[in-house]
Design a protein around this ligand. Structure first.
Ligand code: SF4
Ligand code: SF4
Length: 229
């Protein structure tokens, strides 16, 4: 018999998702409460969905920003948000609480982070590990993907996280970063982001790119990653 998790997984693949996983947030409840207060209290599962970028399109960013990348960025976000809303509404109809986190949404201009970490959810769901670039790295496509998350209290069986620290001695993203925002540190749960990334330096660099290119786009760190290249 099809479990609820199987039903959701089939739905995601039918709608054009490339990866699906379920994270238990029990182990990271303290970190989540520390970052977001009690906003997501009681939502102890995170459904994580990824859609892949065409690799060739993303790899072009090694040479500078492109409009092709921006086009697919919007297409992929729209698909992810549609999938998240459909899953959320299905679970809601079954009587569960859900909170779909949009694929790309900041709290505000002064707070650079989003309203929930898709990368944390995806790494706990076994979709990859958080690399030195602070992006999720998947063994199949590296960081050439985008993510969406649906928080829920549905009692879904959780997947196992991958091993942390799979970047090893690689420094490709750090070397490729124009403002040297990436500090070359491995991700460890509980460490502040500032140990690994100068988010302001990245933000300022993107603001400069907007002056010359018209849009905030870089992604050299993604294009440089050897995983999945
Ligand atoms: S997006 Fe660009 S500036 Fe920001 S961390 Fe990556 S390479 Fe550096
Ligand atoms: S470029 Fe290297 S160090 Fe950076 S995320 Fe990819 S594997 Fe890790």
């Amino acid at each position: 018999m099809l479990t609820l998790k199987n039903e959701l997984e089939q739905m995601v693949f039918h709608l054009g998702g490339d990866l699906f996983g379920v994270a238990s947030l029990d182990d990271v409840a303290r970190e989540i409460a520390g970052e977001y207060g009690d906003t997501y209290q009681g939502l102890e599962r995170a459904i994580s969905v990824a859609v892949f970028f065409p690799k060739e399109v993303l790899n072009e960013l090694a040479e500078g920003p492109t409009h092709t990348y921006l086009y697919y960025y919007d297409v992929i976000n729209a698909r992810l948000n549609d999938i998240a809303l459909r899953i959320s509404n299905l679970l809601q109809k079954k009587g569960f609480r859900t909170f779909p986190i949009p694929a790309s949404q900041r709290v505000n201009e002064s707070k650079l982070a989003g309203i929930f970490s898709h990368r944390l959810a995806a790494s706990r769901a076994g979709l990859g590990w958080i690399g030195k670039s602070c992006c999720l790295v998947n063994p199949q496509v590296g960081p050439r993907l985008r993510l969406v998350t649906i928080l829920t209290n549905a009692p879904l069986e959780s997947d196992q996280p991958l091993e942390e620290g799979c970047c090893g001695s690689c420094t490709a993203c750090q070397d490729a970063c124009p403002p040297q925002a990436i500090k070359g540190q491995e991700f460890h749960l509980g460490d502040p982001l500032s140990l690994r990334l100068d988010a302001q330096a990245c933000h300022d660099y993107l603001a400069n790119v907007r002056h010359s290119f018209g849009k905030r786009v870089c992604g050299r760190c993604l294009a440089a990653c050897p995983w999945g290249k």
